[in-house]
Design a binder for this molecule. Structure first.
Ligand code: ARG
Length: 452
C-alpha cells in the first residue's frame, strides 16, 4: 500500500516535480530523500536508534530517531517524547542499532523506564529540545560519542556535518524509506541562521544550524531526535539532534539542531544513574491525591535525598528515601496533594504542580518533578485533609511503611501552575507533540511541508 504509493510518487515526481518546482516556492518544493542524501551502508552507524510506537510494526510505528549513549540511556529530542509523557505508561520502545525498519529482528528493542525531557523545553519553535530515555535494562550495543564544547566551538561555517534518519524523503509528500539514509550538510553560523528571521530568531545557544542557503539538502519529518555528526579526525562525534526547520530543504531555511555541547551537564545529570519519574499523570477527581514518586540508583555513586521543595498544598505522606541509596536500590516518596490548598478550582483541568527533590549526588542534585492532573475534582466534605489515593507512576515500589524524616521539608517551592501559565503551556506542548508526530500513516503527507 505505501509501497505502491511510493512507487507512484517516484513516477510522478520527476515530470511533475519539474513542472511544479518553478513556482511551488514558499511552503513546499523540491524532490529528494532524507532530503537528497544517500542510503547508509549497514553497520556504519551502529548507535543509531529508532523510536517506535508499541503495538505497531517497526516501519509504520517509527516516529523519531535517537542515539544510544551506552548503559541504559538513549538521547533524543524533547519534542519527540512530549506526547509520550502524557501517559504513565510510555507507548513506545527504542530499537538500538537498527538499520532496516522492515527487518523486525535487527537491533535491540528495549522498553523505556523513564523519560527525561528538558525542564525548560519549549515548543514553537522547539527550544532546549533534548531528552534522555532511561531504558528498563542495560544494553551492550555500540554507543555514540558525543562532542565536547571545544570541538563544537571549533566548528566554522561550511564544515561538513552528516545527518541521518528514516525521515521523509520528499518535500511535497510523504515518502518514508525502510533503510537508514544520510546526507551531508554544511555547518552554519548561529548569527547567519538567526538572521533568517521569523522562527529562526529563536535559535539561541541551545541550537546549531546546518544546511545550504539555496536549500536542497536537509533532514526532514521523522528524522527528529536523530543525530547530526562531525568527523573529528576519523571519529564521528554527535554534535546535534535533529530538531526543526521551516519545511525541508527550502532555500533560506536551515535545519536546526539541538546543540549537544550546550547540554553536556544536563545530559550528564540525566545519565548519572539517578532515576526518577519526572512527570506523573493523575486522572483522579479527588481533592486530595496521593502520588508515588519512584526513585532509584543505577549509578555507582551513593546518594541521599537531602531535602524537598514543595509548593503550597503538597506534603510528604511517606518517604522510604530517607537513607542513602546504594547502587541498585530504589525507594519511593509519596506526596499528598491537596488541590484546593494548592489553589486550583474544582473545574480546572490540565493543572500541574512542580516539586523538587534535592540530593547530594554530584551530578543530579535537583530532581524536578511534575504532578499533572487531567481532571478537575470534587471538593472534600471534610474540608482539608484526608486523601483519596490515586494514580500510579509507572514503576513505583510498594512503599515500605517505615516513616520518613531525617530529610527536612522546606516549603518554599516551585510554581504551582493552574489556571493560566503552565497548564496552557502544557496543553500547547501536547498539541505540538501531536503536530510533530508526523506520519500517522507513512504516506500521510499533510505534515510533510510543515516547519517542524
Ligand atoms: N520536526 C521534525 C520531526 O519531528 C524534524 C524536522 C527537521 N526539519 C528540517 N528542515 N531539518 O521529525
Amino acid at each position: 500500500m505505501k509501497k505502491n504509493r511510493v512507487t507512484l510518487w517516484v513516477g510522478l515526481a520527476l515530470p511533475v516535480g519539474l513542472a511544479l518546482s518553478g513556482y511551488v516556492g514558499a511552503s513546499s518544493e523540491n524532490t529528494a530523500r532524507i532530503i537528497n542524501g544517500t542510503q547508509s551502508a549497514e553497520g556504519d552507524w551502529p548507535f543509531m536508534t529508532a523510536m517506535v510506537y508499541k503495538n505497531s510494526d517497526v516501519y509504520n510505528g517509527q516516529f523519531c530517531g535517537a542515539t544510544f549513549l551506552g548503559g541504559r540511556y538513549v538521547l533524543t529530542a524533547s519534542h519527540c517524547v512530549a506526547d509520550l509523557v502524557t501517559s504513565n505508561t510510555y507507548q513506545a520502545d527504542a530499537i538500538i542499532g537498527i538499520y532496516d525498519l522492515s527487518n523486525d529482528d535487527e537491533g535491540q528493542r528495549v522498553e523505556i523506564q523513564n523519560i527525561y525531557m528538558h525542564e525548560d523545553y519549549k515548543s514553537s519553535p522547539p527550544q532546549n529540545d533534548v531528552a534522555i530515555l532511561e531504558l528498563t535494562q542495560e544494553v551492550t550495543e555500540t554507543n555514540v560519542e558525543l562532542t565536547t564544547s571545544t570541538l563544537t566551538d571549533s566548528l566554522s561555517a561550511g564544515d561538513s556535518l552528516t545527518v541521518m534518519g528514516w525521515g521523509n524523503q520528499s518535500t511535497t509528500s510523504g515518502v518514508f524509506p525502510h533503510q537508514l539514509y544520510q546526507v551531508d550538510v554544511p555547518y552554519v553560523d548561529r548569527s547567519t541562521c538567526q538572521n533568517l528571521g521569523g522562527k529562526y530568531s529563536y535559535v539561541g545557544d541551545d541550537a546549531i544550524c546546518a544546511g545550504l542557503e539555496e536549500g536542497g539538502k536537509d533532514s526532514c519529518q521523522g528524522d527528529s531526535g536523530g543525530p547530526i555528526v562531525y568527523n573529528d579526525n576519523g571519529t564521528y562525534k554527535q554534535v546535534g539532534i535533529v530538531s526543526w526547520g521551516i519545511g525541508c530543504a527550502q532555500p533560506n531555511a536551515y535545519g536546526v539542531y539541538t546543540n549537544i555541547a550546550y547540554f553536556s551537564d544536563w545530559i550528564a545529570a540525566k545519565t548519572s544513574g539517578v532515576s526518577y519519574r519526572q512527570r506523573i499523570n493523575s486522572s483522579s477527581t479527588e481533592q486530595n491525591v496521593q502520588i508515588d514518586i519512584p526513585l532509584a540508583n543505577y549509578g555507582s555513586e551513593i546518594f541521599d535525598v537531602t531535602n524537598f521543595e514543595l509548593p503550597t498544598g503538597v506534603t510528604i505522606a511517606n518517604n522510604s528515601c530517607s537513607s542513602a541509596l546504594n547502587q541498585g536500590e530504589s525507594c519511593t516518596v509519596t506526596v499528598n496533594i491537596d488541590r484546593k490548598t494548592a489553589g486550583f478550582t474544582t473545574t480546572q483541568t490540565g493543572t500541574s504542580l512542580t516539586l523538587n527533590i534535592l540530593t547530594d549526588q554530584s551530578k543530579a542534585s535537583e530532581l524536578q518533578i511534575e504532578a499533572f492532573f487531567s481532571s478537575g475534582y470534587t471538593e472534600d466534605a471534610s474540608s482539608s485533609d484526608d486523601s483519596g489515593s490515586s494514580d500510579d507512576s509507572g514503576s513505583s515500589d510498594s512503599s515500605d511503611s517505615s516513616d520518613s524524616s531525617s530529610t527536612s521539608t522546606s516549603t518554599s517551592g516551585s510554581s504551582s501552575s493552574g489556571s493560566g501559565g503552565a497548564s496552557l503551556g502544557l496543553m500547547m506542548m501536547a498539541m505540538f507533540g501531536l503536530m510533530f508526530r508526523r506520519r500517522q500513516t507513512k504516506q500521510d503527507d499533510s505534515k510533510a511541508a510543515r516547519w517542524l
